[in-house]
Design a protein around this ligand. Structure first.
Ligand code: ADP
Ligand code: MG
Length: 228
């Protein structure tokens, strides 16, 4: 409840900014991307310079577009399309989206699921974004060739617990309080919006998210969701 209160206060301004950005940035960007796509088709492919410049424009617009999408996900203005879904299936489906990255980095995946089929009332698309953000952070925190991602589900007292553990660099104590803040990142190419989005999505589902970490040993995120 405390988490929810702090969270609400934090997003009064961010939500309004995001609304403006959605219209004033995203729409023009979409138009630029469409125009560039058209232009690329009309310019002969021999004109390599021109094609190269258009690629640069396209790549950068796409990047800004992604950032805007993440910003919108990190606000409270979020419409949930709720459907019943099996908890294990939800987690397993989201993991499939991280499989390529795990393989590429030669990391091991250890899944262990509760035996019961427990239904949750969730927006499947949003929950998969929420989970994927945690999987990607875990992968980015681990050493290629040595990483082990542990994902586990459990059911107790009308709640489902989803645990996502890694053996990565861990989180220093002084950073724990800032983790979920918008734009908090220690990565050169990070947006600092992943955990903000994830927390927002979980709270909108009336759930909670907690973190435990030991620097040098690893990190464990726990998502707690109410059962329907
Ligand atoms: P980003 O990934 O763009 O940096 P996030 O909101 O996803 O933004 O994460 C914020 C910060 O929290 C990261 O930059 C990192 O410092 C820390 N963090 C998140 N997950 C982990 C993890 N599993 N292990 C270590 N640090 C983490
Ligand atoms: Mg992230």
């Amino acid at each position: 409840e405390e988490q929810e209160k702090q969270h609400q206060e934090k997003f009064v301004i961010t939500g309004r900014i995001a609304r403006v950005i959605a219209h004033e940035v995203r729409n023009p960007l979409t138009n630029i991307l469409l125009a560039v796509g058209q232009f690329k088709q009309e310019i002969p492919s021999e004109q390599e310079d021109a094609q190269l410049y258009l690629d640069i424009i396209e790549r950068n617009c796409t990047r800004i577009n992604q950032l805007v999408t993440e910003m919108l996900q990190s606000t409270r203005m979020m419409e949930l399309h709720l459907h019943e879904m099996d908890a294990n299936e939800m987690v397993h489906n989201a993991l499939a989206l991280a499989e390529d990255r795990l393989q590429l980095n030669e990391m091991r995946l250890e899944e262990s699921y509760m035996e019961e089929d427990i239904n949750l009332l969730v927006d499947a698309e949003k929950m998969s974004i929420a989970l994927l953000n945690l999987f990607i952070n875990a992968i980015e925190a681990m050493t290629p060739g040595q990483g082990v991602l542990r994902v586990n589900t459990m059911h107790e007292n009308g709640k489902v617990y989803i645990r996502i553990g890694d053996n990565g660099i861990g989180i220093p104590e002084e950073n724990k309080a800032k983790l979920f803040d918008p734009f908090f990142t220690n990565k050169t190419k990070g947006t600092g919006l992943g955990l903000t989005s994830t927390q927002n999505i979980i709270l909108n589902h009336k759930g909670a998210i907690t973190v435990e970490s030991s620097p040098g040993e690893g990190t464990l995120f726990t998502i707690i969701l109410p059962v329907v």
